[in-house]
Design a protein around this ligand. Structure first.
Ligand code: ARG
Length: 458
């Protein structure tokens, strides 16, 4: 018999049991649900709402159930709908009527809200530690490549030379903001909903601060109706996760390009590449492609949960049961993508020579050549025009700017002197960058120091 069957005169159709049930996915919350129930039983007994002897029997029973679930001894039942009722039924089957006291002063709306918050809190902490490993990997690649020069691109056209360290540290900044965003969403997730009852609070003398301490929440949700209705903490988490995946996906896209024969800047380790079933020569960057693909899944999850919530009247509505698959899928996608991405970048081979020779062609020093003429007293716009014509001349003659003789250069401007060759060398293009946050070796050294401090602080 169903735990809520009293008011019904016949049982639900079996198709309804199947359709209504969430146990297939919310069984993932068994631990959170049991911990929430243990805290609730302790609170009920501390407040004299149930005898402490009953609470002990309930708590022992719940511990036993937890052990049995973890040992794979429990089979959940679809007709019991969800994890909350499955566990409650297991408890009453095992300890008898005493188990029926557990649901005093709480509702399933309460339970599901506290379970998801506990789940999201753990997920955030786990994902943040995976992110830290990524940040660490980026710093170590940066440290080994402070003098590895490659083209920086805009519009995917060669633009100006940068170091690989600088490029990696750009991603460091993005992922450290992702880390921050997660910390921020953790603050709002870390608020206890339990003790809200169905929506209006309860008539019992409960102690929600005690519950918060027991369950390691730093505060209590101030409005019970909000506490059971709201899922914005989960939306915020998936939204931060979407931004994180967007960063990962851009990075993957670059690595895919870089590992093509057209670029040949990197080679993925065999252990992190796959082959083709028909073309024997192929070595494909499937891992990077899959992470890029899975980004769509996380964006979909965000739209999914936003849409579920968009027109729900207060308070709880069954629509909200559908919040869990997108939430779980987001956590699983991040937990599987991050470590494999880290391993992939840690093992990839970096072709420094290829990067360097790409940076040598394509007039990446053209801006520096214009800046050179500025230093000789010509206004920048004019210099831009002079160097533009000079580049066209180089293209027509298949030469780099530095391959022209001084006489040839002087045909474009009489301000060119012998020192131009040193000033527009690729190395100097990097060394001469003075603005803070630039690609110069000194600035990158500062960024590496700051990055290391951030890692040790966390
Ligand atoms: N399985 C439900 C969910 O995940 C639990 C809450 C059900 N509450 C209710 N009043 N039907 O949302």
């Amino acid at each position: 018999m169903k735990l809520w069957a009293g008011r019904f005169s016949k049982s639900t159709a079996s198709s309804v049991d199947e359709f209504n049930a969430s146990i297939e996915f919310d069984k993932k919350l068994y631990k959170q649900d049991i911990l929430g129930s243990i805290a609730h039983a302790k609170m009920l007994s501390k407040q004299g709402i149930i005898p402490s002897s009953d609470a002990s029997v309930i708590i022992d029973g719940l511990h036993q159930i937890l052990e049995d679930i973890e040992a794979g001894k429990i089979e959940f039942k679809t007709e019991l709908e969800d994890i909350h009722m499955n566990i409650e039924k297991l408890l009453t089957d095992r300890i008898g009527d005493v188990g029926k006291k557990l649901h005093t002063a709480r509702s399933r709306n309460d339970q599901v809200a506290v379970d998801i918050r506990l789940y999201v809190k753990d997920a955030i902490t786990d994902i943040q530690s995976l992110l830290m490993e990524l940040l660490q990997a980026l710093v170590s690649i940066a440290e080994k490549n402070t003098d590895t020069i490659l083209p920086g691109y805009t519009h995917l056209q060669r633009a100006q030379p940068v170091t690989l360290a600088y490029h990696m540290l750009a991603y460091f900044q993005m992922f450290s903001r992702d880390h921050d965003r997660l910390s921020d969403s953790l603050k709002r997730t870390d608020s206890l909903p339990l003790g809200s009852g169905a929506l209006a609070g309860t008539t019992y003398e409960t102690d929600r601060d005690f519950l918060a301490k027991e369950l390691n929440f730093s505060k209590v949700c101030p409005n019970a109706m909000d506490a059971v209705s709201d899922r914005d903490f989960a939306i915020e988490f998936i939204s931060s996760a979407s931004i994180l995946m967007m960063h990962l996906s851009r990075f993957c896209e670059e690595l895919i390009l870089w590992s093509s024969s057209e670029f040949n800047f990197i080679e993925m380790d065999d252990a992190y590449s796959t082959g083709s079933s028909i073309m024997p020569q192929k070595k494909n960057p499937d891992i990077a492609e899959l992470i890029r693909g899975k980004t769509g899944r996380v964006y979909g999850n965000l739209i999914n949960i936003l849409t579920i919530m968009k027109s729900l009247p207060l308070a709880y509505n069954k629509d909200m049961q559908e919040d869990k698959p997108p939430l779980f899928d987001t956590v699983e996608t991040l937990k599987s993508s991050l470590p494999i991405f880290v391993a992939m970048i840690q093992t990839m081979k970096i072709n420094k020579e290829k990067m360097y020779s790409a940076a040598k062609s394509g007039f990446l020093n053209a801006t520096d050549a214009a800046d050179y003429l500025v230093s000789k007293g010509i206004p920048f716009r004019e210099c831009h025009e002079i160097i533009g014509r000079l580049v066209l001349h180089c293209i027509q003659n298949n030469k780099a700017i530095e391959e022209l003789s001084l006489d040839e250069l002087k045909r474009f401007s009489d301000r060119f002197e012998e020192d131009v060759y040193e000033k527009i060398s690729i190395e100097n293009c990097i060394a001469a960058k003075k603005s803070s946050g630039s690609t110069s070796i000194e600035n990158v050294a500062i960024m590496i120091e700051q990055a290391k401090k951030l890692i040790t602080k966390n």
